[in-house]
Design a protein around this ligand. Structure first.
Ligand code: BZD
Length: 851
């Protein structure tokens, strides 16, 4: 309005009206400028790390232009927005992905090549941001990539942990956890936003009082206030001008310094209290399967949920003449697992207490805006917080939850009378320690609830939340629970991780359209028997294996035969994922080789078995399994009879960047969870997209991958989900027999063949084996909870079939092409389109190139 101001703005606008140019020379100039003026290096004296940082800033400039213009466009179009709330994002390295998605591969390559640098070397300088545990966190990251690529107005919200997933060191075969202070040198891709902060209250009490309108109300007062400060991470889409945002919150002390405390005696206490506030976002809990009822964890959850909801509501009320009734037309929120489900109560609190929306209307808005994804059927992973703890920390929320539950139970009793279904559906779990069930709160407060693969969604309906499902059906809403089969982004997992394969697809299909429409890959099927393609395909695998060999040499000083079949199992270490069974099989294979004459051995397929993954630090058995794998590997790899034919190695510190090297190189990967335990799995999809075949159980997304790719592309074994209960019941009575080959493996372990000179390890390994065999104490059976003994024989058969099939190179190659070309369903572009259509009602809003 002010003419003076206007003139200044126009001047600035003129100066900034064009984007940073993207020709190689301009990129070089930007690079030199950042080296000198942002990093204070000279152009003649800088390290590769400096070069990486400067290149990162070159990209950041371009990301910011796109992010700002995309935001302006979304505002102008007044679009409905989606918000993904997740305590974890396993984003992995930014640089290569940003270059690809900004369509800068060619000019960047040229620019840096001319300066005597290889892009690959720059990429290696980046530490992996590992703000997640495993599949759930990586899924969130793939989702962000697809939301941007589909030009959907969707943001992610999460926590900017100072320490991400621990680094795994292996010492004497055992896992040792090291802190991952990933942010130590700063990350050139993030944008700190000291101007965007929200207060978050913890503890305190609720008082009756009057609101601004003079009406009776409840006020939450006292306690501690922390500030949540925003750090923005631009997420560029591929083949679109849209760039979305991942906004991560860091906990900071409140800005105001309590003057009373500012006396000589209390000064240090006051500073200490402020420092403590920062603990909130200090560290990611490295537990991926069972929650620990730690108070700090609940604080983290509330902290990021409150800041995110405040932020998205602020965006909503910025709109001129907003009406609360329009909220569901403008906002959809997705809660990633139960971790952010305190959002149900916080949304109510913000609407009722802060925005003065009447209770009933607020509840209607809440249940229209929020949605919940379940990622697990393991009962030990469903979060339940003690009422006592939550009442201390979030007194107002417990009141709100109490009121919601009262109304909910009254309605249920009116419908069903007072029976067991009431206790099952209550948000509160009675018992010695009264608890709040976050799963129940989430389902009640959500518009849609989803599982992550077809089988998993059925299990949720029938076993995890059967009473809710009954209620949904009884109230005419059976489709409140829907399936959203997971996916992965082909940009990172094919194009960036496996450039040779990406080039083959683009060449045979005549364009790179497949990268945004994976159904195009079907066009490869007509070449699946083409010898020319076979040659290129095998060359592609060779290239990937060569890279893997370099990686293994560097990290483990391990030499591998690049003609060997590469067999990989990489995922969190867990009994249900059965790395133990894989290891037992390798021992069996070793024993078979040992029995053979040298001439017989010649005929055996060479194999390199790689197992990698982190164990939760308190998970004793998972850590023992790591030790066993390492010890078995040591024996096998150093045995001159077998060393050339069979290798077993534990890959330390498995992480996104390691996956990018491992996955393209695999011939076979293992997805061998007990049927009904793995909700989906997502690395299975990455492997197949890269032309690897799967040894797997009929579990999670394996079932759907097999459906898409054809039965002949997968080596299936093990019992089926519906058989598990019967097998477990029978096992309780006595036990199914232990296969003689497995007996021999157990015997070798008990004889100490893999624990020579290590009495402690010997006792530990025996305890693992004993547990599996400990089945005869009637009624106490759970030793083989995951049916390792039961499924072992069919696992051995499946592995034999792998060897036999691999012997026919042309057949293998055909199956590999067939499988990789049939993976359209498992692109997160498909998954996210479904979320956008079925759950969020969010539409694409591609922004034009120039605004
Ligand atoms: O989520 C995983 C499931 O185990 C996989 O089957 C599935 O594919 C992916 C994605 O849907 N779950 C997790 O990764 N869970 C966690 O990481 C986690 C983290 C903290 C607390 C509890 C679980």
């Amino acid at each position: 309005e002010n003419p003076d101001q206007k003139e200044k703005m126009e001047k600035l606008w003129k100066l900034m009206e064009t984007y940073e140019p993207n020709d190689p020379e301009s990129i070089q100039k930007s690079f030199a400028r950042h080296l000198e003026y942002s990093l204070a290096c000279t152009r003649f004296n800088f390290t590769m790390q400096d070069a990486y940082r400067a290149a990162g800033l070159v990209l950041r400039d371009r990301l910011l232009e796109s992010l700002n213009d995309t935001n302006a466009y979304y505002r102008k179009m007044d679009v409905k927005r989606g918000y993904y709330l997740s305590a974890e994002y396993l984003i992995g390295r930014h640089m290569q992905n940003a270059i690809a998605n900004l369509d800068l591969e060619q000019p960047f390559k040229e620019a840096f090549h001319a300066l005597g640098m290889q892009l690959e070397d720059l990429f290696h300088e980046e530490v992996d941001p590992a703000l997640g545990n495993g599949g759930l966190g990586r899924l969130a990251a793939c989702f962000l990539d697809s939301m941007a690529t589909l030009s959907l107005p969707c943001w992610g919200y999460g926590i900017r942990y100072s320490y991400g997933m621990f680094k795994q060191d292996i010492q004497n075969g055992r896992q040792v956890e090291m802190p991952d202070f990933w942010i130590g040198d700063g990350c050139p891709f993030e944008i700190p936003r000291p101007d965007i902060t929200y207060p978050v209250r913890l503890y305190g009490e609720v008082q009756e009082g009057l609101n601004a309108q003079g009406e009776w109300c409840l006020n939450w007062v006292g306690g501690d206030i922390v500030q949540a400060m925003a750090y923005d991470n631009p997420i560029p889409g591929f083949d679109t001008y849209n760039t979305n945002n991942l906004r991560l919150w860091r906990a900071c002390p409140t800005k105001e310094f309590d003057l009373d405390q500012y006396s000589a005696a209390n000064f240090t206490d006051a500073v200490e209290a402020r420092r403590k506030a920062e603990d909130l976002s200090a560290v990611l809990y490295p537990n991926d399967a069972s929650y620990e009822g730690r108070e700090l964890r609940l604080r983290q959850q509330y902290f990021f949920v409150s800041a995110s909801l405040q932020d998205l509501l602020r965006e909503f009320i910025k709109r001129p003449n907003y009406k609360w009734s329009e909220l569901p037309e403008k906002v959809a929120v997705q809660m990633n697992d139960t971790h952010p489900t305190i959002a149900v109560a916080e949304f109510m609190r913000l609407l009722v207490d802060v925005m003065h929306v009447p209770w009933d209307e607020a509840w209607e808005l809440t249940t229209k805006c929020l949605n919940y994804t379940n990622h697990t059927v393991m009962p030990e992973a469903l979060e339940k917080w003690p009422v006592e703890m939550m009442t201390r920390m979030l007194p107002r929320h417990v009141q709100i939850i109490g009121e919601l539950n009262l109304r909910w139970i009254n309605g249920l009793v009116a419908k069903y009378g007072d029976g067991p279904i009431i206790a099952a559906l209550s948000i509160f779990e009675e018992g010695d320690v009264k608890k709040i069930r976050m799963g129940n709160l989430a389902i009640m407060g959500s518009n849609k609830v989803n599982g992550v693969a077809a089988l998993h969604t059925e299990i949720i309906k029938k076993e995890t939340f059967p009473d809710f499902y009954k209620y949904c059906c009884d109230t005419g809403a059976p489709d409140k629970i829907v399936n959203m089969t997971n996916g992965v982004t082909p940009r990172r997992w094919v194009h960036c991780a496996n450039p040779a394969l990406s080039a083959i697809f683009t060449k045979y299909l005549g364009s790179h359209e497949w990268l945004t429409d994976m159904t195009k890959l079907k066009g490869m099927l007509k070449f699946k028997e083409d010898p020319k393609l076979h040659a290129e395909w095998m060359e592609m695998k060779k290239t990937a294996k060569k890279k893997l060999a370099g990686f293994l040499k560097e990290t483990l000083d391990l030499e591998i035969d690049q003609d060997a079949l590469i067999d990989i199992q990489i995922k969190r270490i867990h009994e249900y994922k059965r790395q133990f069974m894989n290891c037992l099989y390798v021992i069996h294979r070793y024993q078979q080789l040992k029995k053979m004459s040298p001439a017989e051995r010649e005929k055996v397929q060479k194999r390199v078995v790689l197992i990698g993954g982190k164990a939760a630090s308190a998970y004793v058995n998972a850590k023992l399994i790591i030790k066993l794998i390492n010890n078995v590997g040591k024996v096998i790899n150093n045995d001159p009879d077998t060393g050339k034919l069979l290798k077993l190695a534990f890959v330390p510190n498995y992480r996104v960047s390691a996956a990018e090297v491992l996955i393209p190189a695999s011939d076979i990967s293992e997805h061998i969870s007990t049927a009904g335990t793995e909700a989906s799995g997502t690395s299975n999809m990455k492997f197949v997209m890269n032309g690897g075949l799967i040894v797997g159980t009929m579990d999670g997304a394996n079932i759907e991958i097999r459906e898409e790719c054809g039965e002949d592309t997968m080596f299936i074994f093990g019992c089926l989900e519906h058989e598990v209960a019967g097998i477990a019941a029978k096992a309780k009575e006595g036990h199914y027999p232990i296969d003689s080959r497995l007996q021999a493996v157990f015997q070798a372990i008990r004889n100490g063949e893999f624990s020579k000179g290590e009495p402690e390890a010997h006792a530990e390994f025996c305890s693992l084996v004993d547990k599996l065999c400990n089945t005869h104490g009637a009624g106490t059976w759970d030793g083989d909870r995951y049916l390792v003994v039961h499924d072992f024989p069919s696992f051995v058969d499946a592995q034999a079939k792998v060897d036999a099939t691999y012997a026919d190179k042309a057949k293998w190659c055909k199956l590999s092409i067939q499988a990789a070309s049939s993976m359209a369903k498992f692109s997160t572009d498909r998954t996210i389109s479904e979320y956008a259509d079925v759950i969020w009602g969010v539409k694409p809003a591609p922004r034009p190139m120039e605004m």
